[in-house]
Structures are given as C-alpha cells and as structure tokens.
Write a protein that binds this ligand. Structure first.
Ligand SMILES: C[S@@+](CC[C@H](N)C(=O)[O-])C[C@H]1O[C@@H](n2cnc3c(N)ncnc32)[C@H](O)[C@@H]1O
Length: 214
C-alpha cells in the first residue's frame, strides 16, 4: 500500500463505493446543495469529497479525532479535485469529544458513517448530546452501525454478512440492537428510527435520529 492511499485504507477502504453511497443516501433523504452538513467522524473525507463537490461552498463541516486523516483528506483528496475554494480548512476540526458547537454553526443535517461501529455506548450518548446542540428541531442525524438481532438480547459476538466482520458487544467493532440505540437517546431531544439496510457492502445498518423540540 502506498503512502498516498494509506489514509483510504485506514477508514475502511471501499473508497468509491462507500463514498458514493453516502452522498446518494443523503440526497434521497433530503440533502440539497444549500444545506449545511455536519460529518461526524469524517476521517479522510471518503464521503466528504463528494459532499464538498455537491454542497454550496463553505457548507460542509467535518470533525475527526485523528488529525493525520484530516490532513490527508484536505491535502491529498480535496487538493486532487481542486475543491479547496469550496472548503475552508477551518471547516475540518480535530476533536474527540464530538463538540460540533465549536464551529458556531447551526446545521441542517448531520451524518456519521462507520463511527458508531467504533464507539462504546457511552461515547455514542455523548455524541448524540453534542449533535443535539447544533441541529434545529425536525433535522436529522443519520448514523450507521453494526446491528445484532433483538434476540438473544446480549449476543457477545456476531458475524456480519455480507463482509464476514466479527462484531462485539464490548469491543471494537461494536454491534448494537436497535433498542440499545433507542435507549442511548433516552432523555435527549431525539426520536430514534431504524432505517436498516441502506446498501452498505459490509452490512452496516442505518439509524436516523430526528431532533425533537426542547
Ligand atoms: C471507519 S472511519 C470512517 C470515516 C468516514 N466517516 C468515512 O466514511 O470514511 C471512523 C472514523 O471515526 C473517527 N473517530 C473515532 N472516534 C472518534 C471520536 N471520539 N471523535 C471523532 N472521531 C472519531 C476515526 O478517527 C475515523 O476517522
């Protein structure tokens, strides 16, 4: 693997397939160019490069805990497409506490692809609490995750098909029952909806959290 592509593998590979999937999914669910989008756990911009090209300039914002991935996303992927004029570098924020309020922006939609699959339940709860601060009532936060069936209620491991990835109840990559995610949003201004299969090649499912009024 060359240094030029390591940042693609680090976010899971499938660069074109999962990148295109993110944009087409959000477009079907109402994303339009004039909307401001928050990409939580944006990595090296696998979805981001598509979102930046689609959205109006300065309408894409990404957060990731890994500064090297943000640098690769901007310096390699955004630069290769000549998209720098559409994305101020300050719109990519290194933060591991999901603190999107640091942007000082109210967003129209938020997305997190392959983030919850790496997070324990309490971190997902923190993420939901933070994203609720930057979305208005009625707006949606879409988040992909690995799912385990409702029964047995505490499956320790599960093999995800297609893809054959083993997921865990208590270690990365994590799986959750829909009921676990619904409970995670308990007491927070969200309504949980299970979307389920959204065409992900490695069996991640999709959840939608709809922002409720305070
Ligand atoms: C599998 S990658 C997916 C990246 C991107 N969403 C995509 O689809 O290519 C997961 C990303 O979540 C980031 N991440 C993990 N924990 C995080 C945290 N606490 N805060 C912000 N980002 C985090 C990782 O650094 C990584 O870039």
């Amino acid at each position: 693997m060359s240094a030029e592509t390591a940042h693609r593998e680090e976010v899971g590979g499938l660069w074109d397939a999962v990148g295109e999937l993110q944009l087409s999914f959000l477009r079907v669910h109402g994303l339009t160019p004039g909307m401001k989008l928050l990409d939580m756990g944006c990595g090296s911009l696998r979805g981001g490069v598509r979102f930046v090209a689609f959205l109006d300039p300065d309408h894409y914002f990404g957060i990731d805990s890994n500064p090297a991935l943000l640098d690769a996303g901007y310096d390699v992927e955004i630069a290769a497409r000549g998209l720098q004029p559409r994305l101020p570098r300050a719109n990519l924020l290194q933060d591991d506490t999901f603190a999107a309020r640091r942007f000082g922006v109210t967003f129209d939609m938020a997305v997190a692809v392959s983030l919850f699959s790496h997070l324990p339940w309490n971190s997902i709860r923190r993420c939901l609490a933070e994203v609720a601060l930057v979305l208005p009532p009625g707006a949606s936060f879409f988040a992909s995750y690995f799912e385990s069936p409702a029964e047995p209620p505490a499956a320790t491991t599960w093999i995800q098909e297609p893809g054959g990835i083993t997921t865990w109840i208590d270690r990365d990559p994590f799986h959750y029952r829909p009921a676990d995610l619904a409970a995670c949003a308990g007491g927070l201004p969200w309504r949980f909806e299970r979307i389920g299969d959204w065409g992900h090649p490695r069996a991640q499912r999709m959840a939608r959290f709809v922002r409720l009024a305070d």
